[in-house]
Design a protein around this ligand. Structure first.
Ligand code: HEC
Length: 148
């Protein structure tokens, strides 16, 4: 390859990279939204699994593991909203009312931690008792999520 050909080739690569940048920047925002939605879907699946256990459709062998999974995922959820990226099903109020949203997330983390501890000591009966209070999904969605 001549030096000129190398130069033209290198230039073409540089141009391609620069023109790709705005696309990458948009993908970043989409990634942030996808990420928090994956975490929410995990909460949904783990909650559904606990629902099947307490309604005796399946055995309770995994009760503690599911409750712990929800507690861990609640912590991930709090983190996943820290980046201020409106969109998805999030209402803009998530960030304009951040202190309230953050407080709700932290309460959710605390209560699901307690639920996991209760699952260990008290099993299905205690989880049934505390579930409605700990799983504050709907309370938050009513204010901060616009279902599409
Ligand atoms: C403190 C607020 C809050 C709590 C608590 C919360 N969520 Fe969410 N959830 C949101 C917000 C905000 C969205 C919208 C996310 C987005 O699309 O940007 C959402 C979205 C979702 C979605 C849709 C995800 C998708 O694919 O678009 C599901 C499913 C969901 N939540 C389930 C749950 C379940 C189940 C719980 C409880 C165990 C829960 N959430 C607790 C705020 C919350």
């Amino acid at each position: 390859m001549t030096r000129f050909a190398k130069f033209v080739g290198g230039f073409a690569v540089a141009v391609a990279m620069v023109t790709a940048l705005p696309i990458i920047a948009r993908a970043d925002d989409k990634d942030v939204i996808d990420y928090r939605e994956h975490i929410m879907k995990t909460l949904d699946a783990q909650t559904a699994a606990i629902g099947m256990i307490v309604s005796t459709q399946v055995g309770d062998d995994n009760l503690v593991a599911h409750a712990e999974a929800i507690a861990v995922t609640a912590k991930q959820a709090l983190k996943s909203f820290e980046a201020k990226v409106p969109g998805g099903e999030s209402k803009p109020e998530v960030w304009s009312n951040w202190p309230d949203f953050e407080k709700r997330m932290k309460d959710f983390v605390e209560k699901t931690d307690k639920l996991a501890a209760s699952a260990k000591t008290g099993g299905v009966p205690v989880v049934m008792e505390q579930m409605v209070d700990a799983l504050t999904c709907k309370g938050c969605h009513d204010v901060y999520r616009s279902k599409k």
